[in-house]
Design a protein around this ligand. Structure first.
Ligand SMILES: [Zn+2]
Length: 358
């Protein structure tokens, strides 16, 4: 069968070759690919910046966004049958099966040794056929065949927004206004999700209003912002601040500047990778990339609630019991009330100054 392959590490090496059709083993389905999407990662792979061939193979079948039809099923497969439409997930557990991989969340793999079909150590889906375990196949109605290859990038946007809401369980939160940076596939899909959730959504990118991307965003009821006409820092005055911001550009200047636009108690979800841009001329580019690739979170916090105070009572009892005298040692300076100003002058070695009133 024909397959689009690359030689990892070699620039412009993507080519179509003939390879054996994969076999369909027990518990697996053989899938005839209907459509495979291309994204920035694929472009990076073809630029030689990314991609890893399966062990013992000198090429990698690319493609990780594909919808297809089940052609045949292996022994023991009962939950799907030939003719069903399916999309396969991308990431596979690390060989050592870390905590998260064991619990069906290889997207949170701790070791970094996970595999990814079409990207890292496993052949992808940009071929006539692939076979896959039922564990990783998602069924979808036939009417979604023509957009099914967007299921993967949609799932990435969905995850980011879901995670933002989960993190926001830290507080009573009723987000009303969202800002999406970027109007590529990820940005637009995020826009659609947010609109679907009923949020007032603004989608910002560098294209002019009236461009295809702008029109796609606005078709979902979002307001499109051309950042060249309306710079980031001008937005709060015009539109107010945003409860939830999703960066889908990977352009760290945007991602970091957007932190100045987020509302009180709000959250910024960094989801953008910058295709083809691996040099990271700015440290913020590297930080941005590492935060995205490693599911890292950053957030702000201030003051404390009654609950926090109450928890702290137990905490202090526990600390004092475990490490007698330790807390007391933090007071490196004690001044009487009259000498209060001295307490306010910090010496280099000071940890904690206190004014003893009586
Ligand atoms: Zn793992």
């Amino acid at each position: 069968m024909r397959a689009a392959v690359c030689t990892p590490g070699r620039r412009d090496s993507v080519r179509v070759i003939d390879i054996d059709r994969p076999r369909c083993r027990e518990g697996e389905a053989l899938v005839r690919v209907h459509m495979a999407g291309v994204d920035g990662t694929d472009e990076d792979i073809n630029a030689g910046l990314y991609g890893e061939a399966p062990e013992g193979c000198d090429f990698l079948v690319i493609g990780h966004e594909a919808v297809g039809i089940v052609e045949a099923v292996g022994a023991g497969v009962r939950c799907t049958r030939p003719g069903d439409a399916v999309v396969a997930t991308v990431r596979r557990p690390c060989p050592g099966r870390c905590l998260n991989c064991r619990n069906h969340q290889p997207d949170f793999c701790i070791t970094g040794d996970y595999l990814e079909r079409g990207i890292k150590g496993l052949h992808g889906y940009m071929a006539e056929y692939y076979s896959e375990s039922m564990d990783y196949l998602i069924g979808l109605p036939h009417e979604l065949l023509d957009t099914g290859c967007l299921l993967e990038p949609l799932s990435v946007a969905e995850k980011g927004i879901f995670e933002a809401f989960r993190i926001q369980q830290r507080v009573l939160w009723e987000p009303r206004r969202a800002l999406v940076l970027g109007a590529g596939p990820l940005g637009l899909l995020a826009t659609f999700i947010l609109r679907d959730m009923g949020l007032e959504t603004y989608t910002l990118a560098t294209r002019e209003r009236g461009s295809i991307k702008a029109r796609a965003a606005e078709a979902s009821g979002a307001r499109y912002i051309d950042v060249n006409a309306e710079p980031l820092d001008s937005l709060p005055k015009k539109y107010g601040q945003f409860d939830l911001i999703v960066d889908a550009t990977g352009f760290s200047t945007f991602a970091f500047e957007s932190m100045g636009l987020v509302n009180r108690n709000g959250i910024v979800c960094m989801a953008g990778l910058s295709p083809g841009k691996k040099e990271h001329s700015m440290p913020t580019d590297r930080i941005n990339m590492e935060m995205v690739l490693n599911n890292k979170a950053a957030f702000g916090t201030v003051s404390a609630s009654r609950r926090d105070f109450e928890k702290s009572v137990d905490r202090m009892l526990s600390i004092r019991k475990k490490w007698p005298g330790l807390m007391e040692k933090l007071f490196t300076k004690k001044e009487s009330l009259v000498n209060a100003p001295r307490a306010l002058r910090r010496d280099e070695e000071d940890i904690k100054a206190a004014v003893v009133v009586s």
